[in-house]
Design a protein around this ligand. Sequence first.
Ligand SMILES: Nc1ncnc2c1ncn2[C@@H]1O[C@H](COP(=O)(O)OP(=O)(O)OP(=O)(O)O)[C@@H](O)[C@H]1O
Ligand SMILES: [Mg+2]
Length: 453
Amino acid sequence: MRALHRAYAVDLHETQSVDQPEQIRAARRAAWRLQQGVTVQKQPPRRAVVDDGDSAFEALPVPILQITPEGLVCRANRLARHLLEVDDATQMPMSDLVEGLGRPVADWLADGFNGRGLRRPEIVRASRPKAELFVQITLGQITTPRGPRLVAVLHDATELKTLEAQFVQSQKMQAIGQLAGGVAHDFNNLLTAISGHCDLLLLRHDEGDPEFSDLEQINQNANRAASLVGQLLAFSRKQNLRPELLDMRLTLSDLTHLLDRLVGERVALSFDHDPSLSMVRADKRQLEQVLMNLVVNARDAMPNGGEIRIETRRHRLAQPLKRDRVEVPVGDYVLVRVTDEGTGIAPDKLPKIFEPFFTTKRTGEGTGLGLSTAYGIVKQTGGYIFADSDPGKGAEFVLYFPAHDRPETMVVAPAERKPRVTAPSGEGVVLLVEDEAPVRAFASRALRMRGFT
Ligand SMILES: Nc1ncnc2c1ncn2[C@@H]1O[C@H](COP(=O)(O)OP(=O)(O)OP(=O)(O)O)[C@@H](O)[C@H]1O
Ligand SMILES: [Mg+2]
């Protein structure tokens, strides 16, 4: 405060010696206060003296507005007009320029005139610009010959907001993942017990038995539930992967037959492969699941038929790629692009499609787990998945997998294939350690049936 008073005194002292109209002096005082109170506090006041208040205000290196008690902008310097994308802001209500305070702009300004909340920055959304723009605004109060005014110093806070949104999104995905993973783990144990006991019962009933078909039903449904749980585990990245070096083209051609059957007759499937494709390191079964999910979604989006294109490309990123709030680092990638000509995805839905249980399909037609599973698997493989859509024209999913070019230097764990031995039966004592009671009960029954104690 003392510094401000001193600056004010110096200012008055200097202006008094020059014969200038009151308006220019007032503007100079305003510019002084800004210099002192908000922007370049550390500079000694003398060096910032300029001869003309208007041009000083106009040329200040920060975007600044002056606001009347009625909430109208009475002055806006060049940087402020540029930031807010207006040619002339004078006489515009502040409430037309910014929004998203969580309370009326007029109240906030009235508080400012009453000396409350001054110098406490608020982040608001600018209403004018087409691209999203967040502005941090700090208010200060001044007195001009024409009455009190608020001075608003603006600062582009879009990057900050974007980072914040990115952080919130990743926290959300992580929380959902943890929840899903936890639930799935418990469920998995219960399902093991259910299908285990069911297997035991099936051993005692043969096909002619009146109970056999019911038992079969229980078994089949338990298996279906287990595969759903498997998807949840994949999303929460808790599944064990068996990564191997794969040629995406071969994986796709192995899958062609199945995909063709999946899409049906109305939908055509076309492939376009890069002849010089690198290898990727992934779990083959899981990769197949990702591709199948994408193709099934594309099919569902084209009830009247159309074409699904699957492209593979070798892709070198020389610059980090920023997209959908993530950054893909520089490097070589194998790119898989799945494009369809279906209904597309509305822009407001696009950010949600990778969330578990997000679906636009009717109950029973979709669980909303397809894309979240794909997301989890791709992430776990060290890759990236992006979606883009032209609503009405179709959707495009692009997957980036890190390229693995030198298989000879890669140590690939040989897929351990233990010879299948027929379940041993015999005598002896087995110490069974299992924390889940239902699973323990089933396992000990099964062991006892084989003659162990
Ligand atoms: N190719 C696409 N074209 C249009 N919309 C799509 C496409 N792919 C996904 N979507 C939208 O994203 C939503 C989520 O897809 P996701 O695969 O996760 O779930 P689902 O297909 O609804 O159900 P599930 O795959 O579990 O059977 C879909 O309901 C759909 O609205
Ligand atoms: Mg799906």
